[in-house]
Each structure stands twice: as C-alpha cells, then as structure tokens.
Design a protein around this ligand. Structure first.
Ligand code: G
Ligand code: G
Ligand code: MN
Length: 572
C-alpha cells in the first residue's frame, strides 16, 4: 500500500514537473512570433505549438492531417511545400520555403529540420513564420526598382533594359524598333497655374492611358516629370507609330478630369527615332527621339516629328560647340575686334563697336552669331559678357590716353546679361574702376531685351542712363520694331539694321520706312546710326536724309586692336 502510494506520488510529482516544463515551453512558444510543428518518428505523434492557432484554423495530430497544410497554400506551392516538409524522404537535414496562402494576403515561411539517430529520422521540427510584411516590403522595393510610382508604367532603368532587349531581338531578325518621346506641351503652365498636385494627376492619368496602349510589342515608361517614352517592336500594321500617335491624339481630344472635378485639356509633342536608322543602342535611340522632339517643338507644339539626319547633326554640332565654349571661357580664347563708326557729315571718328571673336582650339574663327546664342543658353554668356565689358573699357582707356582722340566705345550686351540683378552694379563698378567718363561708354541692346520684363529692364537702363552711360538700340527693324514704344525707352542712339541699308536704294517701301525712322529719331532727340554701309551711293543717300553716323565696310571693317592703333596713330 505504501509502495503504491509512493508510486502514485512519484507519478504525480513527475506529471507536475512535466506540466511545468510544458507550461514553460508554452510560454516560450507564446513569446515568439512563430508556430511550431513537432513530430516524433518514434511515437508517430504530431504536436503543434506557438502561434499555430493564430495562423491556422485547424490543428494537426497525426501525419496524414498535414495534408491540410498543402491545401491552404496557393496551388503552385503545394508540391514544393510537401517536398520541403518531408525532406527525410530524401535523407536531407533541413529545408526552407516561402509560400503564399490561398487568401493571397499572407505569406508563410516554413523551415523544416530533421534529427537523425543511427541514420534513422528521429524527430522533426517545422518552424512557421508569418513573413507577409517582409514579403510586401520586398515587393514594394522590387516594384520601385522596376516601375514608376506615379503612373504604374515602367521606370527609366527597366524601360532601357527592355528596349535593349527589343533592339537585340531586332538586330537578330533584321527588325525595326520605333522609339517615341512624348512630352506634354506647356506642362509648366499646368504646374504653375493649377498646382503640382494637378500636374501629377495629369501625368498619372496620361500615363495610365499610355499603359492601355501597351502589349507584347509596345512598352511605355515615365522618363521624367512630363516626358514619356514608348517603344514599338516591329512597328507594322496595327501597332505602327502612326496608329499609336492617332490613339494619343484621339484621347487628348477629351479632357482629363482631376479629382476636384476640374477638366484639363493637354496636347503633346512627339519625337520619333527608329532602330537601326537613327541609332543602334537603347540609350542613343531615346536620346535621338528626344532631340527630334525638341527640334519639332521649335517649329510648333502638338505635332509629331520624325528623325532625320540633318536634325541630329545640327544638334551634335551645337553640343560640341557648347562643350568647347565652356572650355574657352576657362582658356580665355576670346579676342575683341573693333569696328569704327564715323559722323556722316564730316567723316570724323565717332566711336567704335567692340565685336567678340572666338578662336577655337583648331584655329577656326567662330562667329558670334553662332556661339552667342549657345552661350546665352548655357549661361557662359555671363563670364564672356563681363570679359567683353572689362576688356573693351580697358582698351578704351589705353587708346584715349595714348592718342588723345575722343570717341565712344560701344559694347554689345546680351539680354541674358542685362537680366542679371547685378548687371547695373557690374557696369558702374567697371566704369569707376577704370576711371572713365560714363558718357564715353555705350551699351548696345536689342529689342529682345524688352520682351522678358519690360518694366525691370527699363528701370535698369534708366539707372545706367542717369549714371551717364549711353544706351543704343541695335538691329532696329529686325524685331517687333514698334515706333510707339521708342519714346518709352531711355536710349540715346538707334542703329538701323543692315537689312534696311542693303535695299534702301532699290526698294521704295524700305526707303520710306528708313526716312521716317530717321525723321522720328531726330524728332525724339536720338542719334541715328546706319549699319552695314558698303558703298558710296548708300553713304551719299544716308548723308542726304540726315543720318547721323555711318558704320560699315565702306569706311571701316572690324579690325584687330593693332589695326585700330595704326588707325588712331594716323589720325593724330
Ligand atoms: O561681328 P559680327 O559678325 O561678328 O557680329 C555678329 C553679331 O554678334 C552682331 O549682331 C553683334 O551684335 C553680336 N556680337 C558681337 N560681339 C558681341 C558681344 O561681345 N556680345 C554680344 N552679346 N553680342 C556680340
Ligand atoms: O551688332 P551687330 O549687329 O549688328 O554687329 C555688326 C555686324 O555687322 C558685325 O558682324 C559686323 O562684322 C557686321 N558688319 C559691319 N559692317 C558691315 C558691312 O558693311 N557689311 C557687312 N556685310 N557686314 C558688316
Ligand atoms: Mn551691335
């Protein structure tokens, strides 16, 4: 009896101990985020622990019930999961697999580990982790790596890769790939006028529309802000460039409706380049299409422009020029020539115009009409223009002292220079620095200066005028040439463009206009300068009608500083 009691107490104590261990395990398992399935090959018993009840709405007590696991996962994972969870059949030790559940929401990672004893499987532990969050984070990263967030179209990198595939395929099959760059016209107006959010909505909706045009042979991407790119493999039949462009045009006849109900109409400009005609790599094709698109835009928006070689060459030349130009600013490869101007009635020196010249590395003289517009675009005009101002004033001071002959130094000023806030100060400081009389310096501006911000330009010119600097309106007759705005301008001098002088003797409307300009100029108290006077007849005529100053090949071509010094030497 005692013996039995003892046995029973012992058993009870052991049970308590066991349940304590059980409870301890339970606590540990509860504290983890995983579910566990333990299998003893010996006892043929399955035990589930940890978060099992949270993960699955079934329990597993014996091996055959594990079938339920293969049923909750997506079909494609059922077989691989079965293999992973019965690795002992292949004599392996561990395995790992990630499976999506049929509900599409959750992802589980199954790790299976088998212990062997005497080369026989002894026990197995399957750890199951919910990896949904990581999976979606990864997917998001993956998505971001390949797609554009705003439009859902491919992003640039992925598009370039896929276009590269198209090009490779076309190379092998003598195929064609068309690349279209699509740029929303006046997008800045939408952004500035309606807000960035509205701009984004338009990009998003238009991108969504382009996506609908895609298929096996057409891909599209969002390149940057308002620029899209499409590629068409073998653009024949129904997926030709024309038909894509027509679909776009058709869609754009209808407005896009913003979330707040506003309707927005847009137009686009399209540039097209084709493999292998325009270029042979994905990036070059995109580049070509972009160049063509911008060139097309110059002619007019809302249109399609196809690649042709002269367009590319023109562009490449200007890019080359742009790079050389930047270097030239560093290397100081510019020189000034000077063209004299003479009083018409007595042919006395009135002034000289500083004309910049650029000798490039190859020794070519590059004309300012070629490089000034490029310098204006890339900002190089500022250091170049400042150099011209300082250099011509320096020369003026030197010659004025050396030869004692009075004259005016005329300096051409770009509208970009004049647009700078520090322009007025820079000119005044330079004049003070060289201690010259401001009314011996003349700035030649063109009408284009007035297009941007009339009021602020007028204000700057007025400050300079008040300081004593002369202002001359250059190339008069080539711009919008409204005589009515002339009286609002604080100018001293008006230069009649060479194109008038060229035909003034042969074309009577030109003569009438020229004569009335000169009358008006003298009535307003300005000085008139005729540009490009090449012969005696022109000179006599201009003298007759009262033109004040003559500039042109007849009386003096643009000269180097040394030639000017010779001329001044002969005059004194
Ligand atoms: O010299 P000529 O061919 O080279 O000049 C051509 C054009 O370049 C002219 O319209 C002239 O006004 C302009 N130009 C010449 N020199 C300068 C300069 O120093 N600055 C600017 N902005 N234009 C210049
Ligand atoms: O500032 P701007 O626009 O207009 O410069 C004067 C330009 O006109 C310079 O390029 C100069 O070389 C050029 N030029 C000056 N006089 C004559 C001329 O008599 N005939 C021709 N063909 N060009 C001239
Ligand atoms: Mn000029």
């Amino acid at each position: 009896m005692d013996e039995l009691q003892y046995q029973m107490d012992l058993l009870k104590a052991m049970n308590q101990k066991l349940s304590l261990k059980d409870r301890m395990y339970q606590m540990i398992f509860d504290a983890t985020d995983s579910a566990y399935l333990y299998y003893s090959f010996d006892k043929k018993e399955v035990t589930t622990m940890g978060k099992w009840k949270e993960f699955f709405d079934f329990d597993i007590k014996e091996v055959k019930e594990m079938e339920q696991l293969f049923e909750v996962v997506e079909e494609q994972y059922a077989l691989p999961l079965r293999e992973a969870l019965f690795i002992e059949k292949k004599g392996e030790v561990d395995s790992r697999i990630e499976c999506q559940l049929k509900n599409k929401k959750s992802w589980f990672q199954f790790c299976c580990k088998v212990e062997y004893q005497n080369q026989q499987p002894f026990e197995k532990m399957i750890t199951i982790r919910n990896v949904t969050k990581e999976k979606f984070q990864n997917e998001e990263l993956l998505y971001m790596a390949y797609y554009d967030n705003l439009t859902g179209l491919y992003n640039r990198n992925n598009f370039v890769k896929l276009l590269g595939e198209y090009v490779r395929k076309a190379g092998e099959n003598n195929g064609i790939v068309s690349v279209l760059i699509i740029d929303i016209d006046d997008f800045r107006k939408i952004n500035d006028g309606l807000g960035i959010v509205a701009g984004d909505e338009v990009v998003q909706q238009f991108g969504g529309f382009l996506k609908e045009l895609c298929n096996n042979n057409i891909i599209a991407c969002h390149l940057s802000s308002d620029i899209f790119c499409m590629a068409i493999y073998e653009p024949t039949g129904s997926c030709s460039v024309e038909s894509v462009y027509k679909s776009i045009q058709k869609r754009l006849r209808e407005p896009f409706f913003l979330l707040d109900g506003r309707a927005i109409n847009i137009t686009v400009s399209v540039g097209v380049a084709e493999y292998p005609e325009a270029a042979t790599t994905a990036l070059e094709l995109i580049n070509c299409a972009e160049i063509v698109m911008y060139k097309g835009k110059e002619k007019g928006k809302n249109a399609i422009q196809y690649f042709d070689t002269p367009i590319l060459n023109e562009f490449l030349n200007s890019v080359e020029l742009e790079n050389k130009l930047k270097q030239a600013v560093f290397d100081n490869n510019f020189i000034l020539h000077f063209q004299p101007q003479f009083d018409t009635d007595n042919k006395r020196l009135r002034g000289m115009e500083a004309l910049i010249r650029w000798r490039d590395d190859d020794g070519h003289m590059i004309r300012p009409d070629v490089f000034i517009p490029i310098a204006e675009k890339n900002g190089a005009i500022i250091p170049i223009g400042n150099w011209v101002v300082e250099q011509s004033i320096k020369n003026f001071v030197k010659w004025r002292k050396q030869y004692g002959i009075p004259f005016v130094m005329s300096i051409n000023i770009s509208s970009v220079q004049c647009g700078r806030d520090d322009f007025v100060d820079f000119v005044m400081d330079t004049i003070r620095k060289y201690n010259v009389n401001p009314d011996e310096i003349e700035l030649e501006i063109t009408e284009s200066i007035l297009i941007e911000d009339f009021a602020s330009v007028i204000d700057k010119l007025r400050q300079l005028r008040d300081f004593g600097v002369r202002i001359s309106l250059d190339d008069f007759g080539t711009g919008f040439s409204s005589l009515s705005y002339l009286k609002k301008l604080p100018i001293n001098t008006l230069k009649i463009d060479k194109s008038f002088i060229d035909t003034v003797l042969t074309d009577s409307p030109t003569r009438i206009i020229t004569e009335s300009i000169i009358d008006m100029v003298s009535a307003l108290g300005f000085e008139s300068v005729a540009e490009g006077v090449e012969n005696e007849q022109q000179y006599n005529y201009l003298n007759e009608i009262g033109c004040d100053v003559i500039q042109g090949y007849l009386l003096g071509k643009p000269m180097t500083a040394e030639q000017i010094e010779d001329m001044l030497q002969n005059m004194s």
